[in-house]
Design a protein around this ligand. Sequence first.
Ligand SMILES: [Zn+2]
Length: 165
Amino acid sequence: MPHDALLATLRSGSEPLAMEEHRLRTTAWFWRKGLGMPSENPLIEAGRTIRAFLPSILDDRAEDFDRRLLVQLRERNVSGVEDVLQSSPKVIDWVGDFTAHGIPPEVALLAERDGGYQAAPGRGIPSPVPRYECPVDHLYVWYRVDPRERVRECPDHPGRLLVRV
Ligand SMILES: [Zn+2]
């Protein structure tokens, strides 16, 4: 789906067919990449993945946005997650990029700059970029772009390291 069409779909919230097509495409992408997430709704995946990027996307509104998003994620409320994601044009843009590429746009950008997915083994950004998530409720996702960076703790569960999934 073209980016503009996706945004229009997300903004209007009244295009179930287009949304369904979009969902199927995204799910197909996850299958192809072997990410093992076909059972999870792509909007849920977008919701838990964007959390790590909210401070750079929304600045001082990030905390409140994250709180509202997490409430819906905890209930696995897909339409609730969608409502929260649709409440910010910047977030809509981010979700559009994420679902188009299957990885956060920030990560895609770095991976491209680093020579994309053809980078030599042992050098630069690993391919695919390792994805980590909270081992407790799986509602926080982080991509470890730099292998030298220490694995982070879940912001919701202090002391619990994210695990590679
Ligand atoms: Zn957690």
